[in-house]
Design a binder for this molecule. Structure first.
Ligand code: PAF
Length: 271
């Protein structure tokens, strides 16, 4: 396992690799990341995992400062998995070059998390482009838990580069909560609550599948119920199709998307 921080060392190390799998992370690794890494190791000759808490994708300084940082634990996990390269870039170096053209989301993309976290995806797309330029990976492995991120990165990166985004199933805990680095910030009671919410929404989806005529009022009722029952703040609870995230779901595959705060910790999921 080679740990690399400087771009010059990175270039030397991966120069001749023709089959590189890339797993971008912000650390705080969990079984979801582990599953991405295992898929990359199966599919590609070499695997590189980056750990970088990217400041430009946080719309809130407090959130950036309190984001879980667990480097020693992460490195132990990565060593056990026998990952080939770990990239721990310095912000100064990675942002050394100025962007020529600003990344802008169009109106139809400013939905769900993009609506509530101003500048978030612009920051994600920018860092992903920087990574892809440096690494030229064959595949980038990303999880479906961040479904909107996955679609935006896929459209953006695949339209500009040869790298392919490989989408990987969400990994859940025994109570059906999608694993997230932010769980480090939750009390165990809150995580149990998150499990009740997840199971409730899984049931709700099967209810909706039987009654697609009444979706808006069902959503409204469900939102009020969750707020009252679990004392959470819901940013959005919406149903959208999984192709272009529009609200048209008739004859389309669709998901329920939620973003909510439990004790000031923001969680997202989709079912
Ligand atoms: O999903 C994440 O952890 C981040 O948004 C990513 C893709 C590593 C970019 O910073």
């Amino acid at each position: 396992m080679k740990i690399i921080s400087k771009i010059i060392d990175l270039n030397k190390a991966i120069n001749r690799i023709s089959d590189l799998g890339f797993v971008p992370t912000m650390g705080g690794l969990h079984k979801g990341h582990i599953s991405l890494i295992k898929i990359s190791k199966k599919k590609c000759k070499k695997t590189l995992v980056s750990i970088f808490v990217n400041p430009t994708q946080f719309d809130n300084k407090k959130d950036f400062v309190s984001y879980p940082r667990k480097l020693n634990k992460d490195l132990k996990i990565l060593k056990k998995l026998n990952v080939d390269y770990i990239f721990l870039p310095h912000g100064k170096e990675i942002y050394n070059e100025k962007r020529l053209n600003k990344i802008k989301l169009n109106k139809s993309q400013k939905i769900l998390c993009a609506k509530f976290r101003k500048g978030h995806f612009e920051g994600v797309l920018d860092i992903m482009e920087r990574f892809v330029k440096l690494l030229t990976p064959n595949y980038i492995f990303m999880g479906e838990k961040d479904f909107q991120q996955l679609l935006l990165v896929k459209n953006f990166i695949e339209s500009k580069f040869n790298s392919k985004i490989y989408s990987c199933k969400t990994i859940r805990n025994k109570n059906n909560v999608a694993l997230s680095s932010r769980h480090y910030l939750l009390k165990s009671n809150d995580l149990i609550k998150a499990g009740f919410i997840a199971n409730d929404l899984i049931k709700f989806k099967s209810q909706i599948m039987k009654n697609k005529n009444n979706i808006n009022s069902l959503l409204k009722k469900k939102k009020s119920f969750l707020i009252k029952q679990f004392k959470i703040k819901i940013e959005y609870l919406e149903i959208r199709n999984i192709i272009d995230l529009k609200k048209i779901i008739i004859n389309k595959k669709y998901k329920i998307f939620i973003a909510y705060y439990i004790n000031k910790v923001r969680l997202i999921d989709n079912f």
